[in-house]
Write a protein that binds this ligand. Sequence first.
Ligand SMILES: Nc1nc2c(ncn2[C@@H]2O[C@H](COP(=O)(O)OP(=O)(O)OP(=O)(O)O)[C@@H](O)[C@H]2O)c(=O)[nH]1
Ligand SMILES: [Mg+2]
Length: 260
Amino acid sequence: MDPSEIRKKIRRFRVLILGRANAGKTSVLRRVCNTRENPEIYNSAGEKIDATVLEASTERGLHDIENEMVFPSNPGFVFHDSRGFEAGSEKEFEQVKAFIKERSKETKMSSQLHTIWYCIPMDEAHRSFTKGEIKFFSECDTGNIPVIVLFTKFDALYDTAYAQLKSKGKSMEEAEELAPKHAEESFAIGSQLKFLYHSKEIQHHPKCHICLPNMNKEDADCGPLIELTARTLDNEALQQLFVSTQRTNLEICTKYAVER
Ligand SMILES: Nc1nc2c(ncn2[C@@H]2O[C@H](COP(=O)(O)OP(=O)(O)OP(=O)(O)O)[C@@H](O)[C@H]2O)c(=O)[nH]1
Ligand SMILES: [Mg+2]
């Protein structure tokens, strides 16, 4: 059998990762697949694409959301990345919407889109939602496909948290140790989450969210994202498929085997 046929037959968990340029998308995927490598890219016909050709075509706006990204370190996952989505172009938005709609009609589990990870980076000065993000959550009905918001580069909030703790009289050591937790606590009651879950501007609220710091570092822990993704899947076959991508993650395999 030819390799593209074999690839089609492998049971894989399919993720669409969205977010503005430089949001930290690829870094998250690398952590999830535990690798430093670049992904292999296949077109919708299953043919491998030369990454340098793709780089050039991306510049010209020809990046295709149908392309499949696979990291050889964990072929159980297949990713779709919509680079340029946040550039504000109506065409790109429509492409993403059409892709989600098509995939939500798929009856074959292997072709279905199983989850959407929407990355919103925390390292930009204003830290509010972009027009593109608001548009997505107001106009894009993803049906049964769960959307999880990933607040990426969350470590960018640690300096402010540290300064606040210092101003409340904590020592340098204490402030440093407590900063990550303090940043999460402040964020939990902050305006971003209120907007995301309660604003009238938003019709399609995400299922849940997670704060992800330091995903650019190799020892960063993406376990909470794996755990959360497993929990949002409402069907057991899908949950089992997801667990199968976690062969080396004993904790999650045991947990879901026991729950079953
Ligand atoms: N501080 C910090 N930097 C990060 C984190 N994640 C990624 N970065 C850095 O942010 C930059 C962009 O990361 P990528 O993962 O390439 O982002 P991307 O969304 O794939 O970017 P494009 O594909 O170009 O749209 C890189 O320099 C990363 O090292 C994080 O959690 N914390
Ligand atoms: Mg990238």
